[in-house]
Structures are given as structure tokens and as C-alpha cells.
Design a protein. Sequence first.
Length: 181
Amino acid sequence: METVLLINSILLWVVVLFNLLITFRLIQIAAPKVWAENMPKLKTGQFAPPFHLETINGLTVTLSSFKDRPVLLIFFSLQCSACIQKLPEIQAADHMANRIGMQLGLVIDLNQSKAQAFVREFEITVPVFVASRENPIWRQYRVSGIPYYCLIDARARVQETGLLDSRLEMLAKVWKIDYLS
């Protein structure tokens, strides 16, 4: 009888350990998505944090550079396949943004020379701002994943933030309705 009890206890612990391993694996798979969805974002209506970025030509750009003009910052990485796939939409959105007096800019996590090569390779017409991951803008704007966006109005207040999945298409439709009609 004691042997049966011992075997049952061992089997029970094997099942418990197996369930724990499966649970940890599921958490590992789902955690980045859960973290991105639950990370605190900038609040709508709050003043956008000030920043200092460089253009690919080495010029400094700050939040006050966009004074009296709304700006849509898109945080971007070449290691992100979704970012690369969004490039044609971003280029099209830039043309629309310019027509309505809005500035669109890519904040990219490269150095100057790599950013210049990126612009040449993909024939980018959108203004590109260079900001390594050590630049405080990534933390201050609470970038939870990429591609990520922050829409800032002409008074430097945050209007909307989030992951740029289908949101770019929706934002473009809103621009057409709100600004072009």
C-alpha cells in the first residue's frame, strides 16, 4: 500500500511540474503582448514631454520646433518587420499630413550613417529623426512596442498614443473627415 501511495505522489508531482512548465511557456509567449497592452500610456490632454532629436542631416529638432503645428511621431525600428511593412502607408500618410498642415516624423533607433542608408534604400520622404534606445524619448513617451505612435496637437498636448497596427489607416480617415471636409 505504501508503494502505491509513493508512486501516486511522484506522479502527482510530475503532473504539477509539467503544468508549471506549460504555464511558464505560455506566459513567456504572451507576456510581451500583455505588457504592451497594459503599460501605462501618456494621457490624452497632457503636455507632451520635451525631446531633443537629430535629423539624418545632424540638425537638432525639439518639441518646440513644431510650435503651432500638430505632429505625429512614429517610433520605428528596422528590426521590426511590421514597421517595414507599414512604410508605404506611412509615406502616404505623410503626404496627407502635409496637405492638412500636420508634421509626421519617424523616430528611428539607428545611428546617423545607418539612418541615412535606410532613407536611401527605402526612398523615404518622411522626416527621419535619429534616437538610439538610450535617448530618453523612448522612456518619456512610454513606447511599449513598435511601430508606436504619438499624436501631438498644435498646443503640444498628447491627443492619442498606441501601437500602429491598423490605427494609421483610421487616423488618415479621421484627418480627411476632420481637416479636409
